[in-house]
Design a protein around this ligand. Structure first.
Ligand code: ZN
Length: 301
């Protein structure tokens, strides 16, 4: 008996809103839809998750498999906020929407297991095509006008390679610091209409920004960003203290909550999209970045 070959199964043939509403892609792809179809993982996806590749490569691959993007659209051009939303929705379609994590009450130390529906129970900040977010800011001291953008997958791929090359040259250099500045520099499209020739030039510009200008830029990046905020409000079951926990997207986010399935491995966790830690933008994960809670962005409105 032969198994009948099947077409790729459209498990979720319904539209999902991308946090960006497709706005960053409209210049090159005017027909980019506001919502796209997102399916579930397959056994092939699980095999990729269990492999030894980098998190960046695994995500990129999975997006190409689970998301129906317009013909010819390069996955690398997706902003990371959209990428992470697709990953979260596909995960929900595969393993169910409930994600469990443990949280320790800061008041009494009680540790409880929290169940959260992802992404339904998380705040999502979406852009609106009819009310586009201002992607520019005038700095208070220098009066410079900076046009910004959100980080894309290709930024993350390049930065990841760049960090690896630095790591091999100088293992003691603190990578978080340099990737932090690099992420900001990549988001600068222009300053007073001028475009930096290299990302290093943008980095130099950032290094000499006066404090109030730096803060204004940070706030602008945070407030203008779209994406899922991986933050959940918890009421302690022991002392009723209410606190917020930001959960990192780490290995167990991508595997079934089932004993005997412990191989899914995305590499190190990445911070949630849109966190102040990475400039309130999209959260380019670095393979070297430690696992840990990160603060979330301000929700929309
Ligand atoms: Zn408590």
């Amino acid at each position: 008996m032969a198994l009948k070959p099947r077409e790729a199964v459209p498990i979720a043939a319904k539209g999902y809103w991308l946090p960006s509403a497709g706005i960053p892609y409209l210049d090159e792809f005017p027909d980019f839809p506001e919502e796209i179809e997102i399916g579930s993982y397959t056994i092939e996806t699980e095999a990729v998750l269990a492999s030894n590749g980098t998190a960046v490569d695994k995500f990129r691959y999975i997006i190409g498999r689970v998301a129906k993007l317009p013909k010819g659209f390069p996955v690398e051009k997706l902003i990371i906020a959209d990428e992470m939303a697709i990953i979260a929705i596909a995960r929900g379609q595969t393993y169910g929407e409930v994600y469990q994590f443990s949280a320790t009450c800061p008041s009494c130390g009680h540790q409880s297991i929290v169940s959260c529906r992802v992404p339904e129970e998380l705040p999502v900040k979406r852009w609106d095509r009819n009310n586009r977010p201002p992607m520019s800011v005038t700095l208070p001291v220098s009066k410079d006008v900076i046009v910004t953008r959100m980080l894309r997958i290709d930024d993350e791929v390049r930065t990841s390679k760049w960090l690896n090359s630095i790591k091999s040259l100088n293992p003691n250099q603190p990578q978080d610091t340099i990737s932090y500045i690099r992420d900001k520099a990549l988001q600068i499209v222009s300053v007073n209409g001028g475009v930096a020739d290299t990302v290093e030039e943008a980095e130099e510009y950032l290094r000499i920004l006066p404090g109030p200008d730096m803060i204004a830029l940070q706030e602008h990046l945070t407030n203008s960003a779209c994406g899922i905020r991986y933050e959940y409000t918890i009421t302690c079951e022991k002392c009723a203290h209410v606190f917020e926990r930001v959960f990192p997207i780490q290995n167990d986010f991508f595997r079934r909550n089932r004993p005997g399935w412990a191989n899914a491995n995305i590499g190190d966790a990445r911070p949630a999209p849109g966190t102040p830690e990475n400039g309130g933008t999209t959260g380019a994960a670095r393979e070297s970045r430690p696992v840990g809670p990160v603060p979330g962005t301000n929700p929309a409105g």
